[in-house]
Design a protein around this ligand. Structure first.
Ligand code: SF4
Length: 236
């Protein structure tokens, strides 16, 4: 299967609260794109990329904009899967505020031609930076706890942008050491970093000693409200 520049595959769309990152708590309309270039061990949306794991629907950019207009929410969350497999700059509707949740592997302004693990080929042109710099980009590089390689070139790109923040998901204190090493290597300031706790239950999110350590290291804490409120339910 090949995805061309005006086909967008969606796993689901729904209204909920933004669960995490620098805008946690905002009432938002979510577009969850199907397919991902990674395969993180702890991924909580495997239905977006596991072969035969989920249903998805094709939309054109005009159809997606109509869907966005039809929802009375100011904030639009473009998530996945990996949304930068698609041209997100073509989805702008005036009056809406866009947020992107990305693993940060692809540079959005560069052309993309990639074959992901299930054989699906994605090609798109580079996105228009004058458009996407108005989005709130939440870049989530994967730590070794996800068993994925970091892409140095793209993290170097993101480290220079003033329109993104970084989000890391941790299991324990050793992950914080790894984050600090990454921040030092790419010259990323701690005040641009949000750290959340792995897990999909309320209990997994209530670790005050680990949060104390996040604070002590000068980093921001990201709640994971969807996990606390609704566990592993879809569409939340
Ligand atoms: S990058 Fe995100 S969607 Fe893709 S496998 Fe990792 S956690 Fe899942």
């Amino acid at each position: 299967m090949e995805a061309n520049k005006d086909i967008y595959y969606l796993s689901e769309h729904f209204v909920s609260l933004q669960g995490e990152g620098n805008c946690a708590g905002l009432n938002s309309f979510f577009l969850r794109f199907h397919f991902c270039n990674l395969a993180c061990t702890w991924c909580d949306t495997k239905y977006t990329w596991f072969a035969d794991s989920g249903k998805f629907q094709p939309y054109s950019s005009e159809e997606l904009k109509a869907l966005i207009r039809a929802h009375n929410t100011e904030h639009i969350i473009l998530t996945g899967g990996e949304p930068t497999l698609y041209r997100l700059d073509n989805l702008v509707v005036p009056g809406k505020k866009y947020h992107v949740e990305s693993n940060g592997v692809f540079i959005p302004t560069a052309p993309l031609a990639v074959t992901i693990a299930d054989g699906t080929v994605f090609r798109r042109e580079g996105m228009d930076e004058s458009v996407i710099r108005h989005f709130n980009w939440v870049i989530s590089p994967k730590l070794s706890n996800a068993r994925q390689q970091i892409n140095e070139q793209s993290i170097s790109f993101w480290a220079k942008q003033d329109y993104c923040v970084f989000k890391f998901i941790i299991r324990d204190e050793s992950d914080l050491d790894e984050i600090e090493g990454t921040l030092k290597r790419f010259n990323i300031a701690g005040n641009k970093v949000y750290v959340g706790l792995e897990g999909q239950s309320l209990e997994s999110q209530l670790k005050p000693a680990l949060v104390d350590e996040i604070i002590r290291r000068g980093l921001n804490f990201s709640p994971r409200l969807h996990a606390m409120l609704w566990g592993a339910s879809r569409g939340k």
